[in-house]
Design a protein around this ligand. Structure first.
Ligand code: PMP
Length: 436
């Protein structure tokens, strides 16, 4: 049975005001709810797995600030550490022991990087990693994959043109064509396209960048074998392999996708979880590669608030929790049980609906295709059904990211009762969506 719409009066009023201040009323586009209800909910507070909007509606949250909140909202350990550190000032633009502490936590538990540099966002981490790869290899071209998102720096706001191997076309106004010409775009999971790109641009490709667990355009899981092929072709061509682990890092395990697949990239980028909800990104590599960065090396990269104490404190507290024995096993088991119940339900009903999952990430797809691995596999028309489902779920107190291309996250704060409530809401919503 359809549920009545929740009250949105206060969110709607705030949105009208916000539209006079910000383009589209938001400070990041997807928040505008354009592909679902059309007007966003304004969030007032969060605690554990729950959030409350300005109208007092309560939701179980599976967006988790788009991934950073692996411990849930307002986690006591993170909050206490941040509050403690803030008593001594918030930024100095000078080194602090807290930076060492967070670096030790990461480097001491990650066999893929020897040195790290903290920045303030995922975009900045990736942009810097690309510059490092270009500086190191003394080449200009980069190769990315259709369906992977790497932040909004110019070279990466590029989508595939037509053809197997293409120069990219800019996917945003304001990106010079000359930049897009340095970015080659190929499909995921396509060895032939990769091989052709390396043949056509022999000796010119500085780096291949991939989300090893592509999670920004649905969840496009790649095979280990394909990722190994990618590693090999980069090695054979003197091209650096960059794993963009802004989502997968510290999510599928402390050492991210690199450890999950047992593949050593040349440069890694991180964000989200590393900052415990505050703005932090990072990139890392071997000491030899990282020493190309200024002030030691000739690749320039800097930041006024990079490594600021408040963000470092949040990261230290959060990563300390993740290192506790059994943390990931428990989170993954909880997610697997949740996903399986939904998979069993749709199988029994015979619905055209699949759930992809890895670690504590899940993605709902209105399709009957198993193992969706490329952006081209997703039918844009299926998003109408997601929109209906999202609406039904919001009315039942379940908050998913406001687009069918976005993945969901389960945090340590989600309780068995939360997941039971959510399952029932999903089953009821799917029954409505498939009957309409
Ligand atoms: N890389 C990946 C894989 C991401 O998922 C994102 C953000 N969703 C970014 C880079 C950019 O990070 P930010 O939004 O912090 O700039």
């Amino acid at each position: 049975m359809n549920k009545p719409d929740i009250s949105r009066a206060k969110s709607a009023a705030l949105y009208e005001k916000a539209k006079t201040y910000f383009p589209g009323g938001v400070n990041s586009p997807v928040r505008a709810f354009k592909s679902v209800y059309g007007t966003p909910l304004f969030i007032e507070k969060g605690d554990g797995s729950h959030i409350w909007d300005a109208d007092g509606n309560e939701f179980i949250d599976f967006c988790c600030s788009w991934g950073p909140l692996i411990l849930g909202h307002n986690n006591a350990a993170v909050r206490n550490k941040v509050t403690e550190v803030m008593q001594k000032g918030m930024s100095f633009g000078a080194p602090t022991a807290l930076e060492n502490e967070l670096a030790e936590l990461i480097l001491g538990n990650n066999k893929f990087i020897e040195k790290i540099r903290f920045v303030s966002s995922g975009t900045e981490a990736v942009m810097s990693a690309i510059r490092l790869a270009r500086g190191y290899t003394k080449r200009d071209k980069i190769l990315k994959f259709e369906g992977c998102y790497h932040g909004h720096s110019d070279s990466l706001l590029v989508k595939a043109g037509s053809g197997l191997v293409t120069f990219g076309e800019t996917s945003s106004a304001g990106v010079p064509k000359a930049f897009a010409d340095e970015t080659i775009v190929v499909s995921l999971n396509d060895k032939k396209a990769l091989h052709e790109a390396f043949e056509e641009f022999e000796g010119q490709i500085a780096a291949v960048i991939i989300e090893p667990i592509p999670a920004n355009n649905g969840l496009l899981l790649q095979t280990k074998e394909y990722l190994e092929y990618l590693r090999q072709i980069c090695t054979d061509n003197g091209t650096m392999l960059i794993f963009d682990e802004v989502i997968s890092g510290f999510r599928v395990g402390f050492e991210g996708a690199a450890a999950y697949y047992g593949i050593r990239p040349d440069i890694l980028t991180y964000g989200k979880i590393i900052g415990g909800g505050l703005p932090v990104g990072a990139y890392g590599a071997s000491a030899e590669v990282m020493d190309y960065i200024s002030p030691v090396g000739s690749v320039y990269q800097a930041g006024t608030l990079s490594g600021n104490p408040v963000a470092m404190a949040a990261g230290i507290a959060q990563l300390t929790e993740l290192l506790k024995p059994g943390f990931y096993d428990e989170l993954h088991a909880k997610t697997a049980g949740f996903v399986k119940a939904i998979q069993d339900f749709v199988a029994e009903r015979g619905y055209r609906f699949r759930v992809s999952t890895i670690g504590s990430i899940f993605w709902f797809a209105f399709t009957d295709q198993d193992n969706i691995a490329t952006a081209e596999d997703i039918d844009p028309a299926s998003m109408t059904k997601f929109k209906e489902m999202h609406h039904e779920l919001i009315n039942r107190g379940i908050y998913l990211g406001p687009s069918g291309y976005e993945v969901g996250f389960i945090s340590a704060a989600h309780t068995p009762a939360d997941l039971e409530t959510t399952k029932t809401a999903i089953f009821d919503s799917l029954d409505i969506v498939f009957k309409s």
